[in-house]
Design a protein around this ligand. Structure first.
Ligand code: M6R
Length: 587
């Protein structure tokens, strides 16, 4: 939920760290800070509450000296959003500084033990214990003190530490992401690749329990006390993909990329697809597991598998997966679906499945993420970096992958590819200026409403759920989705004069869903139709192509744009909604 980055090299650390922090801001953005090992050998820390740009100006980050440093952007878990709770944290003497992403589960006991030994704490965070633990063990030397400190931590961590007069960064990871970037002028240790992509695309994916010593002369990695060698990979992502370019916000940029990203999702190794198809056919129980938008993609997948492949799969929220554990056997197949590949609930579900010897296939977008290392097999989404906290292009890629797999299981792989490939222009047009203007008009109508309801049937119900999530997380308006048939079982009581209701129509269920819309209209509801054909019932019409089982793709894109326009009209930052973070690494 937080982002960390460290740099050691020949360039000015603060300039590099500040850029890195801006690229990491999507991971958490309530406070931030930097510590550098000053040219004169002492540690200097500046940190505060607020947005990085503004903190950097106020605390004059650029004026930091030194070319070794660590930095952090925070999404609060333990302790309020205050200057004291911002990272980096230091020991009693201010000689050691650390940044941490993760959760230290045994921090209370550790803190009490350290206080009884005379340590003075200045924050309410779980992370501060790490600095004091290192201090407590300093008689063994900095590196061993770090190793001993990290060994006593329970929970998850990616941690970086600096000490005055030590020309190095010491780091470690357990169940939180940490990647190494190798540039000609220095070395990076960071939560993700885009944070340092501007300087290098040479990366090393670190394993759980890796302990790293980064010095000017090179990097050493240890695991289980022994030095290990790790492979250097070259990533394909380019810097432009991780920048806003001509767009005002990443959200708009990423929505506009969908014609391309959908095609990239289709670029899978055929043999891998066939192997997965065999696994699905031979499995005794298939689960699609995800959180938030990824869960909605799983749900769409379960409808698609029923419709196209005639195969039963269970879509389950990762946070609820433990309730299904007794159904898992060595013949169960679990698809773990996660854009970031770091979502704590997903990783717990993966581990639960592996304990029962079930097969796990990860579907993720982030190269080198924990999910890429923990599953038995892998499908990459190939969407490129998604910086906005909201999933947009990665959601449609997940739905594309589900559709492609359903077609492959049905023995119609090539048909599926052709059908999805045929969507390119349609998808491109869904974020066109004309479409955006129409959705801005609708956003003006909706932006002062208290509640927005959304209804659909079958696949369109899953789109209604995802559209409601998009609207609420970015515009803070209450948006709630129902299956059309459920209205009369309670939700109709909510409809008043002018209550907006967005209705997702497909040729297959047109008459049924329009009859549900009629129920809303006759109680004063304002009907917004998302369909290929106009209808007298509609007070507002969003025209989309009829794409049958691909409707979840073409119908969600205008809803993403609507959510964006609502946020902009309400003066909100679509890329960084309040209280949310891109990678949810806590349960
Ligand atoms: O990285 P993941 O796909 O595992 O993330 C799951 C959810 O946290 C994510 O989809 C979240 O709901 C987004 N904010 C949706 O826009």
């Amino acid at each position: 939920m937080c982002g960390i980055i460290g740099y050691i090299g020949s360039k000015k650390a603060s300039t590099i760290l500040l850029k890195g922090l801006k690229n990491l801001e999507y991971r958490g953005y309530d406070s931030a800070g930097i510590a550098t090992n000053h040219a004169t050998g002492h540690i200097e820390v500046r940190k505060s509450v607020g947005k990085i740009e503004e903190i950097a100006r106020r605390l004059n980050f650029e004026s930091f000296e030194g070319n070794i440093g660590i930095a952090h952007t925070r999404w609060a878990t333990h302790g309020a959003v205050t200057d004291e709770n911002a990272h980096p944290h230091t020991d009693c003497e201010g000689k050691i500084a650390i940044v941490h992403n993760g959760i230290i589960e045994n921090y209370r006991e550790l803190r009490e033990q350290l206080i009884s030994k005379g340590h003075r704490f200045t924050s309410d965070t779980d992370s501060e214990v790490i600095a004091h633990l290192i201090e407590e063990n300093l008689q063994y030397g900095f590196e061993d003190a770090c190793m001993k400190a990290f060994d006593s931590l329970e929970g998850s961590y990616a941690v970086l530490a600096l000490k005055e007069d030590e020309d190095k960064i010491v780091g470690a990871r357990k169940d939180s992401p940490l990647v190494l970037g190798i540039a000609e002028h220095g070395v990076f240790l960071a939560s993700d690749i885009p944070s340092f992509l501007e300087w290098t695309n040479k990366v090393v994916y670190l394993n759980n329990y890796d302990f790293i010593i980064a010095e000017r002369g090179g990097v050493k990695v240890y695991n289980d006390g022994k030095e290990v060698s790790r492979h250097i990979d070259t990533v394909e992502w380019n810097v432009e993909e991780a920048k806003k370019g001509e767009f005002k916000h990443f959200m708009m940029k990423e929505m506009s990329e969908q014609a391309e990203t959908i095609m990239r999702a289709l670029q899978q190794d055929k043999n891998t697809v066939w192997d997965i198809v065999d696994e699905i056919k031979n499995a005794f129980g298939v689960f699609f597991v995800g959180c938030g938008s990824s869960y909605h993609a799983c749900l769409a997948g379960s409808y698609l598998f029923s419709k196209v492949a005639k195969v039963h799969v269970n879509a389950v929220l990762a946070s609820e997966f433990e309730n299904y554990e007794h159904f898992l056997t060595d013949r169960t197949l679990v698809f773990a679906v996660s854009q970031s590949g770091e979502t704590a609930d997903i990783l717990l579900a993966v581990r639960a499945a592996k304990r029962k010897e079930s097969r796990v296939i990860g579907i993720t977008n982030v190269v080198g993420s924990s999910l890429t290392m923990e599953g038995h097999a892998l499908i990459m989404m190939n969407s490129g970096p998604e910086i906005c906290v909201l999933s947009t292009k990665t959601y449609t890629s997940q739905v594309v992958l589900m559709t492609m797999l359903a077609y492959a299981v049905a023995g119609k792989y090539e048909d599926g590819l052709e059908k999805i490939g045929g969507l390119y222009l349609e998808v491109y047009n869904l974020t066109s200026r004309t479409m955006r203007d129409s959705l801005t008009t609708l956003a003006e109508i909706l932006c002062d409403k208290w509640d927005i309801y959304l209804i659909g049937r079958g696949l369109q119900y899953t789109t209604a759920l995802e559209a409601a999530l998009k609207i609420k997380e970015v515009s803070y308006l209450h948006a709630e989705a129902f299956a059309g048939g459920e209205l009369k079982h309670g939700p109709l009581a909510l409809i008043e004069e002018g209550t907006p209701c967005i209705v997702f129509v497909s040729s297959e269920n047109r008459s049924k869903i329009l009859s549900n819309a009629e129920e809303v209209k006759s109680r004063g509801g304002y009907i917004i139709g998302v369909s290929s054909e106009q209808d007298d019932l509609f007070d507002f019409w969003i025209k989309v192509p009829e794409a049958e089982e691909l409707n979840p793709i073409v119908q969600i894109i205008p809803m993403q744009v609507l959510a964006y326009e609502l946020a902009v009209l309400r003066g909100l930052d679509p890329d960084k909604p309040r209280n949310l973070a891109k990678s949810v690494t806590v349960i």
